[in-house]
Design a protein around this ligand. Sequence first.
Ligand SMILES: C[S@@+](CC[C@H](N)C(=O)[O-])C[C@H]1O[C@@H](n2cnc3c(N)ncnc32)[C@H](O)[C@@H]1O
Length: 223
Amino acid sequence: MKPRYLRKQPDHRETMTNYYNTQAGFYDATRWIFLYGRERLIQQLDIRPGERVLEVGCGTGKNFDAIQQRLQGTGEVIGVDCSRPMLQRAAERVREKGWKNVRLIDMEYGKEPITRGKADVIVFSYSLSMIPEWELSLACAQSELWPGGRIGVVDFYKSANGSRWFEEWLAVNHVNVDRPYEERLRQFFRKCTYMRCDAWAGLWSFYLFIGVRPAFSMMNAAA
Ligand SMILES: C[S@@+](CC[C@H](N)C(=O)[O-])C[C@H]1O[C@@H](n2cnc3c(N)ncnc32)[C@H](O)[C@@H]1O
């Protein structure tokens, strides 16, 4: 066997695929216990019929039901993910529901936009904290939206009195809470809503951000 330093390190796509290989099957049955705020996020994004909604890191497509309720069979849902087992679950869901307005894309989000400025809404639901190139992904999301288009993010939040044990457990599960998410989101998007909530008596916290792509910003100018 090759020494550790000569062995090829798995890239992010491989890591996500391996991680969810065993988990995809029971993901929906277990994650409701701690992935709070997802329905509230979709509700507050005020998605309207005919809109194009892109979910980055859509996983099994758990949020699609709530999105579709608002689209009422119109518009388009684009689900992007880089983990094959999760996308397979999403594809099963789409087939079972008979949705014709859903496109699933297997890619690591962030290198180039998918709709090139034609998305109305972008959703990051517990995915931003798992993306190594998260700032690049936010820049990409900004260029993905029409001016005035909305972005919604729900994710874990590093709170000063949160449990250290929980944070370490998140890190083992490829979730990084120790980054300046709020700061960066406010730089890329005009904030409409930002709230932090405690879960399980403060054992951990999550935040919800809703913002709008400004018609012009210094971030656009720098790009
Ligand atoms: C915790 S799951 C959330 C799934 C879904 N959004 C939900 O709320 O149930 C995070 C998802 O993000 C995906 N992901 C992580 N990094 C990604 C990247 N760079 N590009 C696309 N998807 C990514 C993972 O494969 C995983 O399916």
